[in-house]
Write a protein that binds this ligand. Structure first.
Ligand SMILES: CC(C)(COP(=O)(O)OP(=O)(O)OC[C@H]1O[C@@H](n2cnc3c(N)ncnc32)[C@H](O)[C@@H]1OP(=O)(O)O)[C@@H](O)C(=O)NCCC(=O)NCCS
Ligand SMILES: [Zn+2]
Length: 222
């Protein structure tokens, strides 16, 4: 096997197996690059680009259900976001856990290539850690590949949420990253009708543990 990044033959490499709900993949890490360069799914090795898609007709936000799409989400979250384009803690970005089976997971496809994802905790979902239920649909994770940023795709997450759950509140767990805060700022400035729907929440977002995003933006500007 040859590493698709440094083009060196892989004589020694490390394999890690991830088993989480219905996802069962092994990653292969190139020792020279020190990042995952491929995964094994159902007995077949594929490099990262092969997993993310090679073109076609798939476009827009599509909910994940197949094992293949779960592997695509895995690669976007655990390889691209965590290893190739690591989160910047100074901007309140953090790595993500793999989703629970009750989470909604959506992938953004552009001409058959996966370029981002978001996951949602649905209102009423029990959170073991907090010992309570989510008070509102809560955007738990979101990521758009560096190559596709500042083209409106982050904003399209917000459109997808308000269109899928019309009139409902949306929570975002504290701290909201700086870039997502800027996305929200532009979105709420332009769409006054959603200003009372987006909340920055702690825990499950119960009374006293949520702040209106628009309100906190306005008070910071003062
Ligand atoms: C947050 C994120 C999803 C935004 O994706 P995106 O596709 O670049 O967002 P958009 O193109 O829709 O941005 C909309 C507007 O928000 C503002 N904005 C977004 N990112 C910005 C940045 N880094 N700096 C300044 N303004 C920014 C701009 O006003 C932009 O409009 P413009 O490009 O016309 O100026 C992306 O930056 C990302 O994946 N970040 C890493 C993970 C993360 O922070 N996730 C959110 C956790 S809460
Ligand atoms: Zn390599």
């Amino acid at each position: 096997m040859i590493c698709s990044r440094c083009r060196n033959p892989l004589q020694k490499y490390s394999v890690i197996r991830y088993l989480h709900h219905s996802i069962d993949v092994s990653t292969i890490t190139c020792p020279a690059c020190d990042v995952c360069i491929g995964i094994n799914l159902k007995g077949k090795w594929k490099n990262v680009d092969q997993v993310l898609g090679s073109g076609g007709e798939r476009n827009g936000w599509i909910e994940v259900s197949s094992v293949e799409d779960k592997a695509v989400h895995f690669v976007l979250s655990k390889v691209l976001y965590e290893q190739y384009e690591p989160p910047d803690s100074h901007n309140f970005e953090s790595p993500y856990d793999l989703p629970e089976s009750s989470d909604v997971v959506k992938i953004l496809w552009c001409k058959g290539i996966a370029v981002g994802f978001y996951t949602l905790k649905l209102k009423g979902t029990w959170n073991e850690e907090m010992g309570s239920k989510y008070e509102m649909n809560t955007l738990d994770t979101a990521y758009i590949r560096n190559s596709h940023r500042r083209k409106g795709y982050g904003t399209s997450i917000l459109y997808d949420l308000v269109n899928t759950y019309p009139g409902e509140n949306v929570g975002l767990s504290k701290p909201i990253s700086n870039s997502m805060r800027m996305v929200l700022s532009k979105f709420l400035s332009q769409h006054t009708q959603y200003r009372l729907n987006f909340w920055e929440i702690e825990g499950s977002g119960s009374e006293g543990f949520r702040t209106l995003v628009w309100y906190s933006m306005k008070s910071k500007r003062r």
